[in-house]
Design a protein around this ligand. Structure first.
Ligand code: PLP
Length: 438
């Protein structure tokens, strides 16, 4: 008699046969199938198809800011879908959720960042920004201002432009060619930025792009002076400053946007992820009023750039409700407060376990490094962070390693609704997992 496959076995086989996973090892997927098939989420907890629950230390991909299972967002989507699920915003068409969300974003972003071009996610926001800044200089009669300065270890997504700006080699090496005119500098040195401007000539450079805190590159937090100095350098040389707040926006760092920590207003801000807490795809490019006015003044004919889903009414309705929840529940303040808790836990783990090297965090984004010797920072011969993450998973905690940097790093970005007891639980499991593995 043929045995009926269980639901899980059937799903594993179908996954292997038909589903190409993003940012995955295709070989490993064929050998082992998916590690977890998630089924449900509530608050900071996830449940898989076998009924095992996990506490979420990463808000999925740094994005489920208001936590899982929020009926309000489901309701916002349902109401909008029943009314008008989709209508195009090309040319002169518009819709109310897109208009209202654009106004809301203008209101909560710093300074005069007041006009939004909507996309479906972070990579599209990046590619849009590179085209817009180049278009801007072209309109100003300076078409040679086209190079984009980015940073080593940066992650900006996987569209062709976004990959070109990304400063992590693995992503860059995936294909034989990428977009030209992207330059990568040391991520911590403003001198390196000055030097490359000197070398290339400011008249060749359109923009400088940076994540306020590098996420996928290892949660790299800049010095307090870095962005103020970058703002100054950009102003001195007539170079536009693009802040990629795809991870850091919408409360992640304990401010609504991370550039507020340093009182810096970029010319262009990129958003995605937390704008809908991942409930539905949406991204955007927010530009300063001054730039918007210049576009209005200088542009002629049609701006030949637009995605089918730019200004998607259902995505925008969900985004609006999501921001309302962030505001009503003071989640930016909770991120700041719980961020202090997270930092305390990181520090106490560091003083307790000799295998913890550097720890760093701001709000609810953080990282710890595993070392063989805390004093010399010597590392284990092979990386152990992946083993720790895998052990933690068995014990019901989701975390992530950063495989592309040289350090042995574990990163944290829990949902912004997390409380003290839940942070303690994250660290209890993490502590046990590190002890088990090292
Ligand atoms: N920018 C940053 C800083 C990111 O972290 C990411 C994704 O992780 C992106 C851009 C790309 O966003 P998406 O994956 O939505 O295209």
């Amino acid at each position: 008699m043929i045995k009926q496959p269980t639901l899980t076995n059937e799903l594993v086989e179908l996954d292997k046969k038909h589903f190409i996973h993003p940012t995955s090892s295709i070989k490993e997927q064929q050998a082992n199938g998916p590690a977890i098939i998630f089924k449900e989420g509530k608050g900071v907890y996830l449940t898989d198809v076998n009924g095992q629950t996990y506490i979420e230390g990463m808000a999925s991909l740094w994005n489920v800011n208001i936590g899982y299972g929020r009926k309000e967002l489901a309701q916002a989507a349902q109401e909008q879908m029943e009314k008008l699920a989709f209508s195009s915003c090309f040319a002169t068409f518009s819709n109310e959720p897109a208009i209202r969300l654009a106004e809301k974003i203008a209101q909560i972003t710093p300074g005069d960042l007041n006009a939004v071009f909507f996309t479906s996610g972070g990579s599209e926001s990046n590619d849009t920004a590179y085209k817009l800044v180049r278009h801007y200089w072209k309109l100003k009669g300076l078409p040679n201002k086209s190079k984009i300065i980015s940073r080593q270890k940066a992650y900006h997504g996987v569209a062709v432009g976004a990959t070109s700006a990304t400063g992590i080699e693995g992503f860059q090496n995936m294909t034989s060619s990428l977009a030209p005119d992207f330059l990568h500098v040391d991520p911590f040195s403003t001198e390196a930025v000055r030097a490359i401007i000197e070398q290339e000539g400011a008249d060749q450079i359109a923009a400088f792009i940076a994540e306020p805190i590098q996420g996928a590159g290892g949660v790299n937090i800049p010095s307090n002076e870095y962005f103020q100095e970058i703002r100054q350098i950009c102003d001195e040389h007539n170079i536009l400053l693009i802040a990629d707040e795809v991870i850091t926006g919408f409360g992640r760092t304990g401010k609504m946007f991370a550039c507020e920590h340093w009182n810096v207003v970029p010319d262009v801000m990129l958003i995605a992820k937390g704008v809908t807490s991942g409930y539905i795809p949406l991204g955007g490019v927010v530009i300063r009023e001054k730039l918007h006015k210049e576009f209005i003044e200088l542009s002629e004919g049609t701006l030949l750039h637009g995605f089918t889903y730019s200004g998607h009414p259902t995505s925008c309705a969900v985004g609006l409700r999501n921001i309302q929840i962030i505001e009503e529940e003071n989640l930016v303040e909770n991120s700041r407060k719980m961020g202090e808790e997270l930092h305390k836990q990181l520090k106490s783990l560091q003083s307790e376990l000799p295998v913890i090297g550097e720890v760093r965090s701001l709000g609810l984004i953080g990282a710890l490094e595993i070392v063989k010797n805390q004093k010399t920072n010597e590392r284990f011969p092979t990386k152990v962070s992946a083993l720790v993450v895998s052990e933690a998973r068995k014990r019901g905690l989701i975390l992530r390693t950063v495989t592309f940097n040289e350090a042995d790093t574990i990163v944290f970005a829990p949902p912004l609704i997390i409380n003290k007891q839940e942070i303690e639980k994250v660290f209890e499991i993490l502590r046990a997992s590190i002890i088990e593995v090292t």
